[in-house]
Structures are given as structure tokens and as C-alpha cells.
Design a protein around this ligand. Sequence first.
Ligand code: ZN
Length: 130
Amino acid sequence: MKLHHVGVAVADLDEAISRHERMGLKLAHRETVASQQVEVAFMGDGPFVELLAGASPDSPVARFVAQRGPGQHHLAFAVPSIEEELKRQAAAGARLIDACPRIGAWGHKVAFVHPKSHGGVLIELVEESH
Ligand code: ZN
């Protein structure tokens, strides 16, 4: 398991992309994930910074920003097999948000583990599709 990206919730995606570009991180990928009502931008060469902006006011990320302000949202780890990792996490007693993986940004299989199982940090598991 290795760090794949750090997810950061932002209010203004274009502004956040420009800010990271000024820090020297290039835009690697930008996409709207309709199922999550979120627009994402991956910055850098990996591990990435994933900037997340709500694509609608009632999206989970927009609610996060409205309640807590912009800031760190989750840590994502790359795993060789997401199904195996979900089984391992469940057996270890972790609270899974996604019992089955779904297709996230970049076409990767992703699943989330509840922050209550990881010291208050939302964890995303990523099985890279390429
Ligand atoms: Zn993520």
C-alpha cells in the first residue's frame, strides 16, 4: 500500500489549480465525476494532490466545504487488489463506506473507509486502471 493522493476540498477549482501551478505542480488530469457530483483536478506527478470541488450545492464535497471550510478531505492509498483490501479491512473491523468498489476519477476502482475507523481521517482505496 502506498500513498496515491491527498484529497483537498476547495470552493473554487480554477483558483485552486492556479495556486498549485504557482507552487510548481502541473495539472495532470481534470474530470467531473458525475456519480459523486464532484469536479476533480489531480496536480503533480504522484503522489498527487487531488483538488475536489462540488459540482452542485448539495454534493457531499460542497456540504463539506459549507460546514468546515476548504481543507484536507481524505488520504488515498493505491492497492494491488481493491476487493482483497476491502475484505482485509472488513475482517479487521473497519467500517466501510463502500462495501463494493465503484469507478472513480481516471477510471480507477475506488472505495472509501469511514474516518471513525482511522482516527478521524477518511481513507480512499484506489486500484489503478492504468
Ligand atoms: Zn480521492
